[in-house]
Design a protein around this ligand. Structure first.
Ligand code: 13P
Ligand code: SF4
Length: 350
C-alpha cells in the first residue's frame, strides 16, 4: 500500500493513542487490517467492541450492521466511526422492518405467533434486532447459530429466521437433524410470503428469503471441479453458502473457524476455501507450507467490505486527530435498548 498513507495512518493512530480502538473484520483489505488492534469474525468483534470502555472512539473496519451493533454494545460516551458510510451489506438490506412486521401480523392472524421465536443473524439492521428483542428472540452469528437455535426451540416450537435463508437451513438441517421439509421459505415480496396457512402451521423453521450475494456464487460445480483438479483437497466453506454446497463440502464454519482450522491443518494438506477473497488470500500467504486456494476462481470480493480502504481509514483517523468525529454511527435509544436485549441473549448463550 501507498507508503505515504501508511505513514499518515501510523502517525494518526499514534497521536490518538488509547483514545482509539480499531476493529477489523476478517474480510477487510490487507492495507486496512494492518492497522486493526483486533481482528475477528462478527461475534468476536461484537464482544471486543464492549471490551474497551475506556476508548473514546471505536473505528469499525467492517460493514454498517457491525458498526451499529458496536454502538449498541458500547457506553453512551463512546463514539463508533465507520470510515465509509457506503459500506453496507446487501443481505442485511434484504430484511426491512415494515416487511418483517407484516409477516408477524400474519402469524398473529393465523394464531401461530405465540409459538414462533424470531432469530436474526447478526447481518441485519438494528431495527430488525430491535424487533427480535421485543418479541422474545435472539441474535446469532455464524459461530453460534446452533446454540441460538437450540435456545430458541426451548422457548417455542417454531423459529422465524432472518435474513439469511442459508445459515438458517444449513444449521437446522446439517447440525440439528431437521428435515428439509421442516423449513419453508418466506418471500417478503409475495402476499403471505408465498406460503399457504397450512405450510406456515406445519413448518418448524420459517426462513426469510435473504442471502449473501458473495457466498451465493459458489456452486456444487465449484466443489466438484476442485476435487477433480486437486485430489485429496479439503473443502471448507462458510455457512452463508447454499445448502447443496455446504453438503458437498468437508467442513463448514465462520471466518474465525476457517482461520483456526487452517492453523491446525498439517503441512502439505490442500484446502479450497469458500468465503470472501481477502481472507482466502491472507490465509494462503500465512500458510506457505499448505496449499490454500479459492474455491471458485471467478468469485470476487465483498464489494461493500472493500469500500473501507486505506484512504478512508486515514481520513477517518485524521479527522479524529483534528477533533472532529466523521461518519459516526448511532442507533436511537429505544431501538438500541430492544436490540441490546437480543444481543445480550446471544452473548450469554451457554
Ligand atoms: P462471520 O465473520 O461471522 O463469519 O460472518 C461473515 C460475514 O459475512 C460478515 O458479513
Ligand atoms: Fe454482507 Fe455477504 Fe458482504 Fe458478508 S460477505 S458483508 S453477508 S454481502
Amino acid at each position: 500500500s501507498d507508503p505515504d498513507l501508511v505513514a499518515r495512518a501510523t502517525a494518526a493512530k499514534a497521536a490518538l493513542g488509547d483514545r482509539v480502538f480499531v476493529l477489523g473484520h476478517h474480510y477487510q483489505r490487507d492495507e486496512v487490517i494492518q492497522f486493526a488492534d483486533v481482528t475477528g469474525d462478527s461475534f468476536k468483534l461484537a464482544q471486543q467492541a464492549a471490551a474497551r470502555p475506556d476508548a473514546e472512539f471505536i473505528v469499525f473496519c467492517g460493514v454498517h450492521f457491525m458498526a451499529e451493533s458496536a454502538d449498541i454494545l458500547t457506553t453512551p460516551q463512546q463514539k463508533v466511526v465507520l470510515p465509509d458510510l457506503a459500506a453496507g451489506c446487501s443481505m442485511a438490506d434484504m430484511a426491512v422492518l415494515g416487511q418483517v412486521e407484516t409477516a408477524w401480523e400474519h402469524f398473529q392472524d393465523l394464531g401461530i405467533a405465540d409459538d414462533v421465536v424470531p432469530v436474526t443473524y447478526m447481518n441485519s439492521s438494528a431495527d430488525i434486532k430491535g424487533f427480535v428483542g421485543r418479541n422474545g428472540g435472539v441474535v446469532c452469528t455464524s459461530s453460534n447459530a446452533k446454540r441460538a437455535l437450540t435456545w430458541a426451540f426451548e422457548q417455542g416450537s417454531k423459529v422465524f429466521f432472518l435474513p439469511d435463508q442459508h445459515l438458517g437451513r444449513n444449521t437446522a438441517v446439517l447440525e440439528m437433524g431437521f428435515d428439509l421439509d421442516d423449513c419453508v421459505l418466506y418471500d417478503p415480496h409475495k402476499p403471505h410470503g408465498g406460503l399457504t396457512d397450512e405450510q406456515l402451521r406445519d413448518a418448524r423453521m420459517i426462513l426469510w428469503r435473504g442471502h449473501c450475494s458473495v457466498h451465493g456464487r459458489f456452486t456444487v460445480d465449484s466443489v466438484r471441479e476442485v476435487r477433480e483438479r486437486v485430489p485429496g483437497v479439503n473443502v471448507l466453506v462458510h455457512p452463508e453458502c447454499r445448502h447443496e454446497v455446504v453438503r458437498a463440502a468437508d467442513h463448514v464454519g465462520s471466518t474465525e473457524y476457517i482461520i483456526k482450522t487452517l492453523e491446525a491443518a498439517p503441512a502439505g494438506s490442500a484446502w479450497a476455501i469458500g468465503t470472501e477473497l481477502n481472507l482466502v488470500r491472507r490465509l494462503a500467504l500465512a500458510h506457505p507450507d499448505k496449499q490454500v486456494m479459492f474455491l471458485d476462481r471467478t468469485v470476487c470480493y465483498c464489494s461493500t467490505m472493500n469500500r473501507i480502504d486505506l484512504p478512508h481509514l486515514v481520513w477517518a483517523l485524521e479527522e479524529l486527530v483534528a477533533g472532529r468525529v466523521p461518519n459516526q454511527i448511532t442507533v436511537d435509544g429505544k431501538t438500541a435498548h430492544e436490540a441490546r436485549v437480543a444481543l445480550d441473549r446471544m452473548l450469554s448463550l451457554p
